[in-house]
Design a protein. Structure first.
Length: 195
């Protein structure tokens, strides 16, 4: 890795460091100091998460690997970190919620067809597809798709499930259900733009 001309691994010039961080925000300074440390093969202290309470809410500051963060955001199809963290917290809360219901041998009113796909089936489909779209090979915005749509009588059996990227999934839905039916899902307006 090339070093900055003003720094050497043997001796760091404090004035040069100050020049590089001058007039920068705290976060920009942290990033610049990380770069300087990498350029000079220095180990940086592990940054610890911090939190701040605001009444009923708590603000967390966490440090994540940017590649993993980008991949997770695309797999869960979320745009911002706030939404991602809230989704992960909600999923974990649901997964760890104690089962308080009693199971009946015969269900009184069984539902016609379950719409959701169990986490186990989801994991099998993703593994079988090698974490990429089965149609185009993309690894971003992946979604579980029914080969035969549930609306057309398809089931949640593994043989009827596949992994597609968002674009291929929309294309498949248009082919099966028609553009008129899918237009309301594809051209969804954000709440602020609704008239």
């Amino acid at each position: 890795m090339p070093t900055h001309p003003q720094f050497s691994a043997a001796k760091l010039n404090p004035k040069a460091i100050i020049e590089r961080v001058k007039n920068k925000s705290t976060r920009e300074c942290e990033i610049e100091l990380e770069k300087i440390a990498k350029e000079n093969n220095l180990k940086t202290p592990e940054l610890k998460p911090s939190k701040r309470s605001y009444g009923e809410k708590t603000m967390l500051k966490v440090f994540l690997d940017s590649e993993k963060l980008h991949l997770l955001k695309s797999r869960l199809n979320v745009a911002c970190e706030q939404e991602l963290l809230q989704l992960l917290v909600e999923e974990k809360l649901k997964a760890t919620e104690p089962d308080t219901t009693t199971k009946l041998n015969d269900r009184a009113n069984p539902s016609r067809r379950a719409r959701s796909i169990s986490p186990g089936k989801r994991a099998i489909v993703i593994k079988n597809a090698q974490h990429q779209c089965e149609n185009c090979g993309s690894k971003y915005s992946l979604q579980i798709d029914h080969r035969v749509s549930v609306a057309l009588g398809g089931s949640n059996h593994i043989e009827n499930l596949r992994l597609l990227c968002r674009s291929c999934n929309q294309r498949a839905a248009i082919e099966q259900l028609g553009l008129k039916m899918m237009d309301k899902y594809i051209n969804k307006q954000p709440p602020s733009e609704k008239v």
